[in-house]
Design a binder for this molecule. Structure first.
Ligand SMILES: Nc1nc2c(ncn2[C@@H]2O[C@H](COP(=O)(O)OP(=O)(O)O)[C@@H](O)[C@H]2O)c(=O)[nH]1
Ligand SMILES: [Mg+2]
Ligand SMILES: [Zn+2]
Length: 354
């Protein structure tokens, strides 16, 4: 029988999966590109399509038993129906997951079958060796290879950057360490050379460190929403959905909404801690619910104008705050936010076609 699996190589398939997969006459193999509460966007060599889990009993399963981004699945498709039915998840070669808070057995899946996890920190404001080490442990636990990437080198003094690199080395970290600036493009080509066709790269790190900007650059155009916050507070964009993207060069990348998923900045408190200066200032704003986007008597904006803090710092804070809020929204709120899933699916389809 002609091997259907050969055509999957471009989507990250390999001998490892080949040796474990079964051939089923009524089911094909596809990869999960995005998940949205019970709905899945799958990709196969013919394109992308939506699917649901067979049996519809997803609420009775543990989180890590549900398909996640990067998973390979057996899916059944009727010729007259664009909607697929997922029957099984294939064994995972690697996992990127974290323990759920307050439950010893439950894991939250971040992504599956990732070859390399790119741990991104900005060398300005964000660099933190302890956090880096926690990420490294998580990556190693799941069986993937780590790679460390320090961004925003255009904003840091060379001596500061050199000290951070020395810190990483002194800690005995053996993972490759790269540096780049999305603004000057310095280091971007060297990073691109790291990406191999048919391999899957998952980008993790705090919100605002430049993951989406970098991936947009790799795609060659604006596809992911990046974190610029408009002056009026309208038109803010945050990465709230994890998605698998095929680059023209053949590598597969997964962007991530950021920190909270990793328990790294897991609570509102730690969001505050990492931006304690701004929180401190915010207590002096005239309005208690000040959004720091133009209200009168806003102490945060005053500090920006006087040069005490940088505008970028405030934007990152707001973005982080918003992404953190997303996870605490009510179910109804999330549904509302998700109503654009169809629109999103369309944009991904367009991207996969090019
Ligand atoms: N100066 C500088 N700004 C950057 C760089 N990379 C990204 N940014 C900016 O940092 C903000 C957050 O970037 P974004 O890609 O959304 O971060 P993400 O949350 O990690 O995806 C945006 O305003 C970007 O324009 C960089 O290398 N240098
Ligand atoms: Mg992003
Ligand atoms: Zn304010």
């Amino acid at each position: 029988m002609e091997n259907q699996h050969d055509t999957l190589l471009g989507l990250g398939w390999s001998d490892w999966f080949e040796h474990r997969a079964e051939y089923r006459p009524t089911e094909a193999i596809a990869r999960v590109a995005a998940v949205d509460r019970g709905q899945y966007l799958l990709v196969d060599p013919t394109g992308s399509f939506r699917a649901k889990l067979a049996g519809g009993c997803s609420h009775r399963r543990l989180a890590h038993e549900l398909p996640c981004v990067g998973d390979w699945v057996h899916v059944e498709r009727q010729p007259d129906n664009d909607f697929g039915t997922i029957h099984t998840i294939l064994e995972r070669r690697t996992v990127l997951r974290r323990k759920s808070v307050g439950n010893v057995v439950e894991y939250q899946m971040i992504a599956a079958n990732v070859d390399c996890v790119v741990i991104v920190q900005s060398c300005q404001f964000d660099f933190n060796l302890k956090r880096l080490e926690r990420y490294l442990v998580m990556v190693k636990d799941g069986g993937a290879e780590p790679c460390i990437l320090l961004t925003k080198t255009d904003l840091a003094e060379p001596a500061v950057l050199a000290a951070q690199l020395a810190d990483i080395q002194a800690a005995g970290v053996i993972a490759p360490v790269l540096t780049l600036s999305n603004v000057t493009q310095e280091g971007v080509d060297a990073f691109k050379r790291l990406l191999h066709p048919g391999k899957t790269y998952c980008f993790v790190g705090s919100s605002g460190v430049g993951k989406s900007t970098l991936i947009n650059g790799l795609i060659g155009r604006e596809m992911l929403a990046t974190g610029a916050v408009s002056g009026t507070g309208e038109g803010r964009h945050t990465t709230v959905r994890r998605e698998l993207i095929c680059l023209a060069g053949g590598a597969l990348v997964v962007d991530n909404p950021g920190m909270r998923e990793f328990g790294v900045l897991g609570t509102e408190n730690s969001v505050r801690d990492s931006f304690s200066g701004i929180v401190e200032l915010a207590t002096r704003c005239r309005y208690r619910d000040c959004s720091h986007t133009g209200e009168p008597g806003c102490a945060v904006l005053e500090a920006v104008h006087s040069g005490e803090i940088r505008r970028e710092q405030v934007e990152n804070y707001q973005k982080l705050h918003e992404e953190s809020e997303f996870h605490q929204m009510s179910y109804a709120d999330k549904r509302k936010k998700d109503r654009d899933f169809g629109k999103y699916v369309k944009s991904v389809k367009k991207n996969l076609k090019n």
